[in-house]
Design a protein around this ligand. Structure first.
Ligand SMILES: [Zn+2]
Length: 132
């Protein structure tokens, strides 16, 4: 895990690729089905790609068929939720609690899993650390 976090957006821009910067620091959204983790089943933990904080155990990942990696729960305290009024909709944005980088949005009441929650996360926002 990275211990020294950037304090300015310019420092983030140097650390991240242009595509990662656009999603993580400018709340961009990668195109559906384009991300490297959409269909991944590998066991492990998904970390924040910006700061390395652990966010989602792989056993919370499920097939939502929405085109982005989907998780029905996060590690307690790892993710913060913010009401998002962009694009004429009211949604709930999710960010890394450690570095405040954008992850995606959370939706509830869709009935995908028993937890009834879908964290819809950009692959560019996370990095899988395989188990073992
Ligand atoms: Zn982070």
């Amino acid at each position: 895990m990275t211990t020294d976090l950037p304090t300015t957006e310019e420092e983030w821009r140097i650390r991240l690729s242009p595509a990662e910067f656009r999603v993580l620091r400018e709340a961009g959204t990668e195109a559906p089905w384009s991300g490297e983790y959409v269909s991944t089943k590998t066991a492990g933990v998904y970390d924040c790609r910006a700061c390395g904080a652990q966010l989602y155990p792989s056993d919370t990942k499920f097939d939502s068929h929405c085109g982005w990696p989907s998780f029905d729960d996060a590690i307690p305290g790892a993710v913060t939720e913010i009401e998002d009024h962009s694009h004429g909709m009211v949604r709930t944005e999710i960010r890394c609690a450690r570095c405040d980088s954008h992850l995606g949005h959370v939706f509830r009441g869709e009935g995908f899993t028993s937890k009834n929650t879908r964290h819809c996360v950009n692959s560019l926002s996370i990095r899988l650390t395989p188990a073992g």
